[in-house]
Design a protein around this ligand. Structure first.
Ligand code: NAD
Ligand code: MG
Length: 382
């Protein structure tokens, strides 16, 4: 029996993880956490035997506790308290944003496995997350579909035989547009992703291609590869999830219809593989796979992310935090689509990069970037 804590249990990844866990007797959900979604948490608590519950928002936690007639943890340390109180084997971190960082660190420091959907923790916390894994002995099992695929393509290939890793990108809803064609994008258009149904923040990140930039940094951290050995290719069908290019010219690919239950299941049941009711690729109907280079001029967020990754230190934390605020402002209708990229670039220009030597350094960089973007939005910069 594997004991699983699900952080971000009411979201897109969290609810799919609950579905995966419900289908397997040897996966036991022991803890559930979310931000402020009372109804979602109450429903998840009733559908599982979870012993420990948390909602980050104290008022929401109070309402959920009243409804369930049992305690619900809350407040800034709720996620770490929930991990300690439940003692899981695996923590699935499916919180959105840098808010997930401390839980990732705590999981790995305590030697628990971390099924990581929350790529922002690895982007902002980078080396700290890796150090926590080394110190505590917890393993990082990527849930992001590309990184799950890459890990499987790599297998135990000796590092010197690997030439590069290739991350595929659908290109999002605005693939093929010019920069001028992005100016009038509405929130509704940005939320209409062609191949994946996901939470709002990552859907906007997919439209700007920031998501792919965050994933390049994530791959750099997970697989300990220089940026020069991480490639991005646009692949509109989202059927090839990742590839490993080997020195003899072979390209090993991982394929399947886009379905997050596949990488979620792989991470939760690792090293075993369990059945997932995903739609198989069928050969009775012809289909084709297209590939094209990414347009780094139109989708500058991808370029900014790679630059921040190469700059290192707290630069990726600044990039991530600035993006979180800018995306929230775009979703609230306060700024236009292209302003997301402008605000992230501005934050990277104005927040000094520091060494990434402590959680305090990440927290300070994150706060400075958020403040900078908020001031610029307040000034009507966008
Ligand atoms: P979502 O918005 O659907 O869900 C986010 C979850 O996090 C919700 O349960 C919310 O209540 C919770 N949450 C928010 N703030 C919190 C806080 N401060 N403390 C505790 N919980 C909090 O997002 P999602 O699409 O499920 O994405 C979650 C993470 O997984 C993101 O990092 C995203 O980049 C990553 N991811 C998602 C997908 C996907 O298909 N949705 C694919 C790959 C990676
Ligand atoms: Mg992905």
């Amino acid at each position: 029996m594997k004991r699983i804590a699900i952080l971000g249990a009411t979201g897109s990844i969290g609810t799919q993880a609950l579905e995966v866990a419900a289908a397997h007797d040897d996966l036991q959900v022991v803890a559930l956490a979310a931000g402020s979604d009372v109804d979602g948490l109450v429903a998840a608590a009733r559908a599982t035997d979870a012993e420990v519950l948390a909602l980050a928002d104290p008022a929401a936690a109070e309402r959920a506790a009243a409804e369930l007639g049992r305690p619900v943890l809350s407040g800034p340390n709720a996620l770490v308290e929930l991990i300690d109180a439940s003692g899981p084997d695996v923590v699935l971190n499916a919180v959105v944003g840098a808010a997930g960082l401390e839980a990732s660190l705590a999981t790995l420091e305590r030697g628990y496995d971390l099924a990581l959907a929350n790529k922002e923790s690895l982007v902002a916390g980078g080396d700290l997350v890796l150090a926590a894994a080394r110190a505590g002995g917890g393993r990082i099992l990527p849930v992001d579909s590309e990184h799950s695929a890459l890990q499987q393509c790599l297998g135990d290939t000796p590092r010197e035989q690997l030439t590069s890793l290739v991350i595929t990108a659908s290109g999002g809803p605005f693939r093929g547009r010019t920069r001028a064609g992005l100016a009038e994008i509405t929130v509704e258009q940005a939320l209409a992703h062609p191949t994946w149904a996901m939470g709002a923040k990552i859907t906007v990140d997919s439209a700007t291609l920031m998501n792919k930039g965050l994933e390049v940094i994530e791959a750099h951290m997970l697989f300990d590869l220089p940026y020069s050995q991480i490639e991005v290719v646009v692949h509109p069908q989202s059927i090839v999830h990742g590839m490993a290019r080997l020195r003899d010219g072979a390209l090993i690919a991982h394929l399947g219809h886009p379905d997050m239950r596949v990488p979620i299941s792989y991470a939760l049941t690792y090293p075993r593989r369990e059945a997932v009711p995903a739609r198989p690729l069928e050969w009775s109907e012809a289909f084709s796979l297209d590939f094209q280079p990414p347009d780094l001029e139109t989708f500058g967020c991808l370029r900014l992310a790679i630059e921040a990754g190469e700059a290192g230190g707290t630069a990726p934390a600044v990039l991530n935090a600035a993006n979180e605020i800018a995306v929230a402002a775009f979703l609230a209708g306060a700024i236009g689509f292209l302003a997301i990229e402008e605000l992230v670039a501005d934050a990277l220009d104005h927040v000094a990069v520091q060494p990434l030597d402590s959680l305090a350094a990440v927290v300070a960089a994150d706060a400075a970037a958020r403040a900078r973007v908020e001031v610029r939005i307040g000034e009507g910069a966008a």
